[in-house]
Write a protein that binds this ligand. Sequence first.
Ligand code: UDP
Length: 234
Amino acid sequence: MEHRYINSKKIFGFKSRSELLAHISLQKKILIAVGVEKILNRDIKLTKIINENIAYCDGVGAVMALKKKGLYSVKIPGAKFWLDLINDHYKTKTFYLIGSKEIVIKDTVNKLKKEFDGINIVNFRDGYFGDDEISLIEKDLILKKPDIVFVALGSPKQEYLMDHFIKKHPALYMGLGGSFDLYTGVAKEVPTIWKKIFKWEGIYRAFNDFRNMKRWKRQLIAFKFIYKYYFNKL
Ligand code: UDP
């Protein structure tokens, strides 16, 4: 599978969602959604995790950056792709879910059980825990041996955790950010028309979550990305 280094990060170009599905075919690796924020992130630990695993284009910025280096890729939104992954494997594989608020993770599990009849979720828990609980989760993973583990705590927290867990219990891990919130309707989807015309989904999310400074800060990162993109500094 072809890749390019963008700002020292190894990013793969997949021609379709099914190509990504076929490529992972339950490798014991971490699937990492990459957008402009991760591309510009200078955290050495995060870069190492990205380069040792499978990073794919989750946002339009990552697609553009790969294209500029001569590699075509589709945009694969992680918030949708995890459901494709479940759809492909729920009849034969086992799942473990970590992340989001307790009510959200419970709703997520109930909705998945309705949508994917017979899905085997060996355990799940919310994403609010202290460092002292990490070893308990680790033990539980070793005991329950899930094939696929979804971790939704936002970046880079979720990547650090997955990197820790995969060394204790090898499996396919996927970082999901706020995907459980989207799945259960706690967070609103960006309208299709906005996605098609403006493409810059982060701005829409920032307006919708107006008082969340983290969202606005991310948009400043997008300006930095555009500058680096046009002046070939990526
Ligand atoms: N979250 C969590 N534990 C934490 C911090 C955040 O489980 O300690 C969850 C939060 O409830 C939300 C998700 O992580 O569901 C992060 O969402 P956000 O949209 O910020 O992530 P993104 O996908 O944008 O990185």
